[in-house]
Design a protein around this ligand. Structure first.
Ligand SMILES: C[S@@+](CC[C@H](N)C(=O)[O-])C[C@H]1O[C@@H](n2cnc3c(N)ncnc32)[C@H](O)[C@@H]1O
Length: 258
């Protein structure tokens, strides 16, 4: 059987030591702005954190929640969470199948750092449907997603030049790795006007990510029972519904479940 994008992404996220790439303890500017603006949708309420990684968002959300649950399909990430935050409830599981949670069990679901982009178009539908199922009526889904309208979304890896010979050598080695990964991923790439599956800077082009246009994503979310409340660009600027934001690598969506 041929290798799929899902296989490639699993190879990266299940690799031994992957959690060391996710040791940041800070929120991005847009995450901080969106969470502050919509804090009433999760403070003292029930939160599910999808693809939690090493718990970057846990340290902010868990203390504010009435109940905080996290899920990740990587045994490495889950083991890291269990070792570093033993009091937090972390499930080893896939966001495409949230059957470990009953219908309507959360007020707020977070998908930070483009986690829902790690699956293909059909599986994105499964994920959205599962998120809608586990959310209570009027619950909020806040997530980021890669922007299909990013001006250089389709670019191949680029060598970063430097006057410093050591930096240049390191950049060159990284670029060779990126080109090798990019060539391996090329048969798996899928480019459509509204969305695309692309490798990018993330893990040196070894991952396949879903990129989507804002207007198309709004329609996709509607099909799964969501209403878009607000979309931010990377700088935390609120976008008009048809704005393309070509400078923003990803967009942050705030959705309310009907
Ligand atoms: C880019 S990391 C983001 C980690 C964390 N959310 C953060 O913001 O720091 C993506 C995470 O999603 C997890 N992931 C990817 N696909 C998944 C899936 N289908 N189900 C559950 N977790 C998944 C990966 O194992 C990884 O921990």
């Amino acid at each position: 059987m041929s290798t799929t994008g899902d296989d490639r992404n699993r190879q990266v996220y299940h690799a031994r030591g992957v959690a060391r790439h996710y040791q940041q303890k800070t929120l991005t500017r847009v995450e901080a702005m969106a969470l502050l603006k919509y804090h009433a949708t999760f403070a003292q309420l029930d939160i599910l954190d999808l693809g939690v990684g090493a718990g970057r968002t846990t340290i902010y959300l868990a203390p504010l929640a009435r109940r905080y649950e996290a899920i990740d399909y990587s045994p490495e990430m889950v083991a890291t969470m269990q070792a570093t935050m033993p009091a937090v409830s972390v499930h080893l599981g896939d966001m495409r199948d949230l059957s470990c949670f009953p219908d309507g069990s959360f007020d707020f679901v977070l998908g930070a750092c483009n986690v829902i982009d790690a699956v293909n178009h059909e599986d994105r539908g499964r994920t959205l449907s599962e998120v809608a199922r586990v959310l209570r009526r009027d619950g909020t889904f806040m997530f980021s997603s890669h922007n299909r309208d990013l001006f250089n979304a389709l670019s191949a890896p680029r060598l970063e030049l430097s006057r410093n010979p050591v930096t240049l050598l390191l950049n060159l080695l990284r670029w060779v790795r990126q080109v090798a990964n990019h060539m391996r991923m090329t048969p798996l790439r899928e480019v459509r006007p509204d969305y695309a599956l692309l490798d990018d800077d993330g893990h040196d082009h070894a991952l396949l990510h879903y990129y989507v246009r804002q207007d198309y994503e709004r329609k996709q979310l509607q099909q799964f029972g969501f209403e878009t409340i607000e979309v931010f660009d990377e700088a935390g600027r609120s976008l008009d519904p048809n704005e393309r934001a070509p400078e923003s690598p990803h967009l942050m969506y705030v959705e309310r479940k009907h």
